[in-house]
Design a protein around this ligand. Structure first.
Ligand SMILES: NC(=O)c1ccc[n+]([C@@H]2O[C@H](COP(=O)([O-])OP(=O)(O)OC[C@H]3O[C@@H](n4cnc5c(N)ncnc54)[C@H](O)[C@@H]3O)[C@@H](O)[C@H]2O)c1
Ligand SMILES: N[C@H](CO)Cc1c[nH]c[nH+]1
Ligand SMILES: [Zn+2]
Length: 431
């Protein structure tokens, strides 16, 4: 990994890193716009065309929907192969459910002079969840996407995930879908799946909101379709930043950096440390681990977006974290809490050496669908709040109306809205 230690090197890096550039953004956006417009116009025909082009040559339209028998078979095979996997999914379900129950919002009301005012929480009716599948299976993402929707009370959950070359979806993903009670599953992925959920096609229903992570094509499609449909956040290629002082364990740091590198060649892995020795040891360890696992995706990610920054103190490290706003931030320092309270911008923070990022990916409870590419400065982790909307309630009493209407008339007149004023006046005149 590159080690940056001079002020100039660090400044230059932050300048380019704070606005994430993919290099070929325009090209990707153009391609995604084309896919979106084709799916909007030609619906299933385009969906099938792109699914055949990117994922599975021989698939037919009537094979895009996963049938119940496929789900049952997948669950049965998983149980037969390793019943501990089903136990693990259930254990994760329990922790994720418990965490998300705490996010549940209640409607609230109050009365004032006989008036009733309030905010009513309403779950979304139909949501689409994207479960990545291009470079591997993501059963954990089925749980992370759907549990908050269930807790919120969403009526229908439609899942999309790309098929492999043999027209299949991973049995692990399907077993997780069975445990979560997903209503409909379609074997489509990428920008075409996002567009199908946003506009609806003959086979795929239009939804109110699309959530879930994916590669750059998925993230770009969600961004472009926001407005036709609601989205959660831009959860693109994974990122991890580790802040470490001299007390940290370089073996753990190297392992944690690589855990995100293996997601995508565009993943980003950053160590910010006050110790030159840790910097050097991590760099060597990462090379050794990469050689041992011979993982080409992780290798590419580390080559392209792996960096070690050596800073003077932990406050500078926290400042860099706040500028880059990483998806995951690990704090591995003696005085970790002191650093934690300086952090504003990160998707999720992992404190101490027994909180490696993958414990959050799978089992701890908080959601692993997190904002990336610097968007953690304004987006939040996926949560129950993503699956509800709020509706205001106003039920005025006559007494309160008589007190407040003259003020409202005054403001309406200043705005030049005479009919607004009139709507209030006709009632006052009747009293
Ligand atoms: N931020 C988060 O919360 C989070 C969580 C889990 C995973 N992730 C990320 O999800 C991503 C998963 O990516 P993946 O690729 O494995 O699966 P994916 O399902 O996101 O993408 C596969 C799809 O990409 C499309 N595609 C591939 N190459 C294309 C091309 N050249 N042109 C147009 N479309 C193309 C295809 O339609 C294919 O179906 C990774 O980047 C990982 O880091 C993020
Ligand atoms: N680290 C990913 C979020 O960026 C989530 C995940 C799922 N499986 C493994 N990891
Ligand atoms: Zn991960």
């Amino acid at each position: 990994m590159r080690i940056l230690s001079s002020k100039q090197q660090i400044e230059n890096y932050i300048e380019t890193a704070k606005i994430r550039k993919w290099g070929n953004e325009e090209e990707i956006e153009q391609k995604v716009r084309r896919i979106i417009s084709d799916v909007k116009d030609k619906k299933d025909e385009a969906l099938l065309y792109y699914t055949r082009m990117f994922d599975c040559k021989g698939i037919c339209l009537n094979e895009l929907r996963v049938v119940q028998e496929e789900i049952e078979r997948a669950y049965f095979e998983c149980e037969k192969e390793d019943s501990d996997f089903i136990n693990a999914l259930n254990a994760a379900y329990k922790n994720i459910y418990e965490y998300h129950m705490r996010q549940k919002e209640e409607s609230w009301f109050y009365t004032k002079n006989g008036s009733l005012l309030g905010q009513i929480i309403i779950p979304l009716k139909k949501v689409g969840i994207y479960v990545p599948g291009g470079k591997g299976a993501y059963p954990s993402t089925v749980l992370m996407n759907s549990i908050p929707a269930k807790v919120a009370g969403v009526e229908k959950i439609i899942m999309v995930t790309p098929p492999d070359k043999n027209k299949s979806i991973s049995k692990y993903t399907l077993a997780a879908a069975k445990i979560c009670g997903i209503d409909e599953i379609y074997k489509v992925g990428g920008a075409q799946a996002v567009a199908a959920l946003a506009f609806g096609t003959q086979i795929i229903p239009k939804v109110d909101k699309i959530v879930g992570p994916g590669n750059i094509y998925v993230a770009t499609a969600k961004k472009l379709l926001f407005g036709y449909v609601d989205i959660d956040s831009v959860a693109g290629p994974s990122e991890v930043m580790v802040i470490a002082d001299g007390s940290a364990n370089p073996k753990y740091i190297s392992a944690d950096l690589l855990s995100q590198a293996e997601h995508d060649p565009m993943a980003r892995c950053i160590l910010v440390t006050t110790s030159l020795q840790i910097a050097q040891e991590v760099s060597e360890n990462v090379d050794k681990m990469l050689a041992r696992f011979e993982h080409s995706v992780a290798f590419e990610a580390i080559e392209k977006n792996g960096v070690i920054i050596v800073v003077d103190d932990l406050f500078e490290a926290a400042e860099i974290a706040n500028i880059i706003a990483p998806e995951h931030l690990e704090i591995c320092c003696n005085d970790a809490e002191k650093v934690l309270f300086k952090i504003r911008n990160a998707g999720a923070v992992f404190v101490g050496e027994y909180s490696p990022e993958p414990i959050g990916d799978y089992i701890a409870g908080p959601n692993h669908v997190l904002p990336t590419s610097g968007t953690a400065s304004f987006f939040s982790p996926l949560g129950v709040y993503d699956f509800v909307k709020r509706m205001s309630l106003i039920k005025y009493s006559k007494e309160q109306f008589l007190t407040d209407a003259p003020h409202a008339i005054n403001i309406a007149q200043k705005e030049g809205f005479l009919f607004h004023a009139n709507s209030l006046k006709v009632r006052l005149e009747d009293v």
